[in-house]
Design a protein around this ligand. Structure first.
Ligand SMILES: [Fe+2]
Ligand SMILES: [Fe+2]
Length: 373
């Protein structure tokens, strides 16, 4: 414990009990009866502020891409169930999380391949990183997917991923709330009895029905807790951000940021996972801030760097990096001519719904962190 924290704990009446032979014997007696003294753990389980176990880190696509492609030669989707290379944060290996309670993996599929249909309590997004011909079927809705598009496979929906015979090898990022649902001890998993589901709606009906800005379908009742717009497209997103750039200055901490929403509620796309896309204009450098919640970024366009808890991470297109809860962070576009776009998957819906969201600006140094690593 840092000296000032120890001082704070003494003056604030926090636990500060020295071990004595008598106390150690007492603790051991309690342990045998399935009990323990709160003052031995109080400061750890109730820290002054969030202490994330997640390590701020970057997964460079250039380093991982060949390994992801190699998985095709090594295992079949049938044998592997899901042929995925997952992002393993050393602070969260015990729960297989990339950051906080968010799981992420990279998956490759060749033309003509199709994963068997299944459903689970965990909610997911599939974000396309490269390739043509990817499609996903969710509860009978087939959605075609291009680079930087993503599709939702919410809690309990039947889904299967595939790539058209006429397509090219596709790589995508899966993002799920598996660690969170496991922490809640509420995870169920089921394989479709026919291993595939019928497509029961016209292809891409969801975007035609629910993806029209300012319009909602007449008689289009929707009573689920997730967005009926299962697919979110890059072209529309980039167009929206480019328009916003002409209308607003944006935030000093985020640049221009758009949150993806459920068009029925204007709330998050799913109950546990939220998504946003932010644009950093040429040369833009944001001020540092921190907030609760876990964040997994994917670089969709451009290059630059982020400073996370004083450490600089340089990124370029398709790299993935994480910002753990309550970590100071700021982003910079490295180009003076091109904009940069960052997709972000987060647990913000959970933080907001449970009243746990808190935010703070970095006060010193004109809002910029000193870079120490
Ligand atoms: Fe799944
Ligand atoms: Fe932020």
């Amino acid at each position: 414990m840092a000296r000032h924290d120890q001082y704070r704990e003494e003056v604030a009446g926090r636990a500060n009990v020295e071990d004595t032979p008598e106390l150690l014997a007492y603790y051991s007696d309690l342990e045998k009866k399935g009990a323990a003294a709160l003052w031995t753990v109080a400061n750890k389980i109730e820290p002054w502020e969030p202490v994330s176990q997640s390590v701020p880190m970057i997964w460079r696509y250039g380093d991982l891409r060949d390994d992801v492609l190699r998985s095709v030669e090594l295992v079949t989707p049938e044998k592997a169930g899901r042929r995925v290379i997952y992002l393993d944060n050393p602070g969260r290996s015990d729960v297989a999380a990339a950051v906080g309670w968010i799981y992420a993996g990279l998956q490759v599929m060749h033309p003509g391949e199709r994963a068997s249909a299944h459903r689970h309590s965990a909610s997911a997004i599939r974000f396309i990183m490269e390739g043509q011909g990817a499609y996903t079927v969710v509860d009978g809705h087939k959605m075609t997917l291009g680079v930087n598009d993503f599709v939702l496979t919410p809690n309990g929906t039947w889904h299967e991923h595939a790539v058209d015979e006429a397509g090219t090898p596709c790589i995508w990022q899966d993002g799920l709330d598996i660690p969170f649902v496991n922490a809640m001890e509420a995870n169920f998993y089921e394989v479709h009895p026919d291993l595939a589901q019928a497509v029961t709606y016209p292809v891409d009906d969801v975007t035609r029905t629910w993806g029209n800005p300012g319009l909602t379908p007449g008689g289009g009742a929707w009573d689920k807790d997730y967005s009926p717009l299962f697919k979110y497209e890059w072209d529309r997103t980039y167009e929206a951000l480019s328009g916003l750039a002409q209308a607003r200055d944006g935030s000093p901490f985020d640049g221009l940021l758009m949150e993806y929403v459920n068009p029925v509620t204007n709330g998050p796309v799913m109950q546990t996972l939220g998504a946003s896309m932010q644009m950093l204009r040429p040369g833009e450098k944001t001020k540092a801030h921190r907030h609760t919640g876990s964040y997994l970024y994917q670089v969709c366009k451009g290059s630059g760097h982020s400073v996370i808890n004083g450490k600089r991470f340089d990124w370029t297109e398709r790299d993935i990096f994480c910002v753990p809860s309550w970590a100071w962070h700021e982003h910079a576009n490295g180009s003076a001519r091109e904009d940069a776009c960052l997709f972000c998957l987060s647990d913000l819906p959970v933080m907001r719904a449970l009243g746990l969201y808190r935010e703070e600006a970095f006060g010193d140094n004109g809002g910029q962190q000193p870079v120490t690593a």
